[in-house]
Structure formats: structure tokens, C-alpha cells
Design a protein around this ligand. Sequence first.
Ligand SMILES: [Fe+2]
Ligand SMILES: [Fe+2]
Length: 232
Amino acid sequence: MLVGTERLRTMVLTCSLVEYVGHRVASEDIQLFWQHCFLTAALSERLARAIAFLQPEEAYLAGLLHDIGALPLLMITSAEAKESENIVTFGWGESLELEREHFGTDHCEVGNWIGVSWNFPPHLLEAMVKHHSPREATQDPQLAGVVAAADQFCVRRGIVLGVALPELTEPTGNQDRAILQACLPQLNADEARKLAEMLETDFLHLIQLMEFGASGLFGGGIPKNPFREYEG
Ligand SMILES: [Fe+2]
Ligand SMILES: [Fe+2]
């Protein structure tokens, strides 16, 4: 369990990394990175409370940090883009396969390196490393599952890392329900359906809040309707 000083230490280390990376990565990439992380964190906490997970604040923290391993990769692509005019800024939409092809590693593995070197507690480290494969979690499968479900929820709505956005189809309750049950196998179909509806409502609310504060915090970077970006 994270106690106050450990959590504070985690956030200080994260802020240091973010400040360091912030000077080396295009501002729009960093904005999208934080939009994704804040939304994943907020939905992780909401989901954790809804399923009576005992540590909803830890779910928030794990959601906030789950993609921290992507920051060094963003730095590399930014440096590549500066060095060569021919290089198209690499956008990978959290695809581990594309990352391994391009970097020889992926953001989960890099997240593990960061978490180990910063001495993150095992369950937080696991949630970061296993958020694309939560069924492999052994320390705290619920924490990994909550973060994975919230992450997928954002990715499917176009709030995702990288510049090249994934092909989207309009998310449906059935797909969201299937993701929730895949990440949190203890849920039955009816529970998963209700949680999917709750997350959809919260997501739309949070997007509106972010949009409201976007001029100051995110530079207006969040589309009103994320799906409009991919139409036609
Ligand atoms: Fe990820
Ligand atoms: Fe993510």
C-alpha cells in the first residue's frame, strides 16, 4: 500500500521526468500524453470506487503513471523528427508491436525500467507493466484490470498516445462491456453493462471539463467530439 510519503516521492520523481521531457518533446504530443493519462486516471478511480476496490486513490495514481514508459520513446521520436526532414513523426497509438519494431522495446518494458529504478511498490509497478495484459497480473489483478479497462476506454475514443490516431469505429456498449469483462473477469454481463454506461457518462463529462479548461491547461487540444476527427 502506498503511504503518503511514498506517494509524494512518486509524484516528485514523475514531475522531474515530466519537466525534463517537456523541454524535449513537441508540446502537442505532451498535451495528448497528459490528456490520455489524466482521463485514464480519473476513470480508473471511478471504476475502482464502483467495484468497491479498496484503494481508489492508488487506482488514480496507477492510471496517471501507467504510460510513463512512453515518455522516453516520445523523446526519441522528437529527436528523430528534428534530425531528418524526411522522417514522419512516428505515431503508434500504444501499439506494443509497432514500438518493438521501431525501438526494439515497448513502453511497458521502459515503464518497468523506470519503476524499478525509482523503487515503485510492486503492485504499482505491475499495473504499469501489465496494463496491456492485465490477466497476467499476479500481485494485484484488480488494480491492473481497472487501469487496463480505463486505458482501453480512452484509446477507443481517440484519446491515445502518438500522432497517428487509430482507426476508430463508434464504440458500442457491447464492446465496452466485453473489455470490462476481459479486464475484470469477476464482473457479470449486467454489472459490466452498467459500468460501461457509467464510464461513458463520466468520460463525456470529463471531456467537457477539459475542454472548458483547455485554453489554459491543454491549449484547446481536445476535440468536442473525438469521433468527428475520423469521419470521412
Ligand atoms: Fe499503454
Ligand atoms: Fe495508455
